[in-house]
Design a protein around this ligand. Structure first.
Ligand code: HEC
Length: 114
């Protein structure tokens, strides 16, 4: 019985599959799990400034901050995702397509308004 239900579910999903995920859901999925390394882990759920941790710099406790990725222009956003990162940067290099970058950018813009 369970199997029949599953088959039915797959059938309906494949029929209407394209309607089950909105562009916003797609973008959320990308942001939270692109190529296995989530943007969210470092940039938080909305891309605002984050403190990843603390380290001791010359005896002073210093916060390791990740800059906000809200309020940046599309060009800048795209550049930081396409340029090869400096070896100092902890941000991984992703090879995202233009569509994926646009989708991610719009997602952050939506988060910004709240
Ligand atoms: C391991 C942590 C980490 C992950 C994962 C990560 N980032 Fe970053 N990101 C950083 C850090 C740190 C910076 C600050 C600049 C630098 O060190 O390169 C940064 C910078 C940026 C910038 C440029 C901000 C500016 O002001 O120039 C953008 C845009 C950005 N990240 C977007 C993303 C997106 C989108 C993802 C997911 C596809 C992502 N990042 C994943 C750590 C991360």
């Amino acid at each position: 019985m369970k199997i029949i239900l599953l088959v039915f579910l797959f059938f309906t999903l494949s029929l209407f599959g394209s309607d089950f995920i909105t562009p916003k859901e797609y973008a959320k999925m990308l942001y939270e799990n692109p190529r296995g390394i989530s943007c969210k882990k470092c940039h938080g759920s909305d891309g605002s400034e984050q403190i990843l941790g603390y380290y001791i710099n010359k005896g002073v406790k210093t916060a390791y901050k990740i800059p906000s990725i809200q309020n940046i222009g599309f060009k800048e956003f795209k550049n930081s995702l396409t340029e090869t990162k400096s070896s100092k940067s902890i941000m991984p290099n992703y090879s995202l397509t233009d569509e994926e970058i646009i989708s991610l950018y719009n997602y952050i813009k939506l988060k910004e308004k709240k």
